[in-house]
Design a binder for this molecule. Structure first.
Ligand code: PGA
Length: 251
């Protein structure tokens, strides 16, 4: 199966013009890559990018959102529902990113609701899990237990038929945006544990991405491992030259 490189732009870039330029550059780099590519811009740029993507035949890059709400419509100021995203051609949605867990106090219960609604409306979910530094200091076995706990809560009650649309991004919190990426063999061991946990619980083996300071210099070390099906990339996806190199590095 082809690897997936998903770009998480977070709250970037600052203008729509830059967002469109970044999307165009990503789309041409993606043509030279052996990987599938997806970009997850802020909500405000999604519609324009969806238009450029369609008109300029750049549909080989999938579109993702960085969040979604669990109601379709109603009195929920500022929220965006799954059907709204689908109407723009959005395929993926990132749910449970550690930055949202931290800054917006998203709980596993909220994440679980978002996942169930997003899946019910046909979106593909990129569920982010990962441990804090204090957990990892106790070793990879402790990290595996922590992540299994998150998966259990976050995926509670999802329908077996929807489960195949879940991708898990393993992102150790201490590696995000820090330049301190995980050792590929440790990340692969945890990815394997994620797959076997979900195989037992839900009878499916998800695609598992690694995320946390992935760049053009280290992406191959991860994606060449069987257990790792791609990467969720933050900072490096905003630097056009760097992201071109990263996409090219994936055969
Ligand atoms: P990073 O972010 O690549 O900047 O570490 C990854 C993420 O938060 O998804």
């Amino acid at each position: 199966m082809r690897k997936l490189i998903a770009a998480n732009w977070k709250e970037n870039p600052r203008t729509e013009a830059r967002a469109i330029a970044l999307f165009r550059a990503t789309a041409s780099a993606a043509r030279k890559s052996g990987a599938d590519a997806a970009v997850c811009p802020p909500f405000i740029y999604l519609e324009r990018i969806a238009g450029v993507r369609r008109r300029e035949k750049k549909e080989h890059v999938a579109l993702g959102a960085q969040d979604v709400f669990w109601e379709e419509k109603g009195p929920y100021t500022s929220e965006v529902g799954p059907k709204m995203l689908r109407s723009l051609g959005v395929r993926y949605v990132i749910i449970g990113h550690s930055e949202r867990r931290r800054w917006m106090h998203e709980t596993d219960e909220m994440i679980n609701k978002k996942i169930r609604f997003a899946l019910a409306d046909g979106l593909r979910v990129i569920l982010c899990v990962g441990e804090r530094p204090a957990v990892r200091r106790k070793g990879t076995a402790a990290a595996k237990r922590f992540v299994a706990g998150q998966l259990k809560e976050d995926l509670k009650g999802i329908r077996k038929s929807d489960a195949r649309r879940v991708t898990v991004a393993y992102e150790p919190i201490w590696a995000i945006g820090s330049g301190k990426h995980d050792r590929p063999e440790d990340a692969a061991a945890i990815a394997t544990a994620i797959k076997s946990f979900l195989k037992k619980a839900y009878h499916f083996s998800p695609r598992v991405l690694y995320g946390g300071s992935v760049d053009s210099g280290n992406v191959r070390d991860y994606v060449q491992l069987n257990a790792i099906d791609g990467a969720l990339v933050g900072g490096a996806s905003l630097r056009i030259r760097e992201f071109e190199k990263l996409l090219k590095a994936v055969k």
